[in-house]
Design a protein around this ligand. Structure first.
Ligand code: ZN
Length: 325
């Protein structure tokens, strides 16, 4: 396999979590006696562009099926986050009933319902039938498709270019990240803005959040890698915010290369922070498996220690053993 972005060989290992079934592919009662399909869950790093990515096994249409079970609106905290974002971005960009907002991966309409309420025209792109139906029932126009360059051009041709394209927690889920990013550029008005939110790789590494690794996340994104991918698609990042969501996320602001937006100081600061954290060197990735294994070992030992025997808690600590996933 080669890098999803720059096509360089992927020879730097980051994490091997063994085999696992797709996370949101729940089994029905009828399936319980059948064999369950599992896929290797291994993460590699591109030494050239530093995009951290899963090895290819499961295809997107196997992961994001018609019965996709993740509905964003089930989280009250996430609904409140979407409401705050809508108010902030509407004011920052001066959005009105003359604007057009596109959300990629609109899920069940958890975000666009706020734009509908504010009278701002919008369109959701959502490939999974189960969630798209829920969004449609809220009166949100939905296109049931995967987003990419072809669809971006089609929207522009149909006069549906956007003043704002938002994508919350979709960028990491995209198998062909170059095609997706070119689609963003194609569907954007000349002075339009893109905002993307995604879990920040720097937080994953610093806090050893290996439990956030799953097949639906094709990429584990740093700001440096995203800036590079944007640039290759004729876009540039001009601002970035740190968010507490999903263990620590970034919200990246992008525009077309020649748009008028001035770059904020946050851009250089975030790039520097990633460099200082070692995200551009090999060492930090090479040591991650050991750190993840240690968490697993400590957890196993802790559970064993706290197991009551009669009325007594065990208080002897066995020597941790190396346990592979
Ligand atoms: Zn690369």
């Amino acid at each position: 396999m080669t890098c999803r972005h720059c096509n360089a060989p992927l020879d730097l290992d980051f994490l091997d979590l063994g085999h696992a079934p797709p996370s949101n592919a729940y089994l029905s009662a009828a399936d319980l006696n059948a064999a369950e399909t599992t896929y290797p869950l291994r993460i590699k790093v591109c030494r050239n562009c530093r995009l951290v990515q899963t090895e290819d096994y499961a295809a997107a249409d196997e992961l994001f099926s018609a019965e996709y079970a993740y509905f964003s609106s089930t989280s009250k905290g996430w609904l409140a986050h979407a409401q705050r974002y809508t108010a902030m971005i509407t004011e920052r960009l001066g959005l009105s009933d003359q604007s057009h907002v596109i959300e990629v991966a609109a899920n069940d309409g958890y975000l666009l319902r706020n734009f509908v309420d504010a009278g701002i025209p919008c369109l959701g792109i959502e490939p999974t039938d189960s969630t798209a139906e829920a969004a449609g029932s809220l009166g949100i126009p939905i296109l049931r498709e995967f987003f990419g360059e072809t669809l971006g051009h089609q929207l522009a041709t149909e006069g549906k270019s956007a003043d704002l394209i938002c994508g919350n927690n979709v960028y990491a889920h995209v198998p062909d990240i170059n095609d997706f990013t070119r689609g963003l550029a194609a569907a954007l008005k000349p002075q339009g803005v893109i905002t993307l939110e995604f879990p920040h790789l720097q937080q994953l590494i610093e806090h050893c959040q290996f439990d956030t690794v799953y097949h639906e996340h094709f990429s584990y994104l740093s700001f440096s890698a995203v800036s590079r991918i944007f640039k290759a698609a004729g876009l540039r990042v001009f601002d970035v915010e740190h968010l507490p969501t999903h263990g620590g996320s970034l919200r990246v602001y992008g525009c077309l290369e020649n748009a008028d937006f001035e770059q904020t100081i946050a851009v250089a600061s975030c790039l520097q922070s990633e460099q200082d954290a070692g995200l551009l060197s090999d060492n930090i990735y090479q040591g991650f498996q050991t750190r993840a294994n240690a968490v697993k070992t400590d957890c196993s030992v802790f559970c064993w220690m706290r197991r009551p025997r009669g009325n007594q808690w065990l208080d002897t600590v066995p020597q941790p053993r190396a346990i592979r996933f």
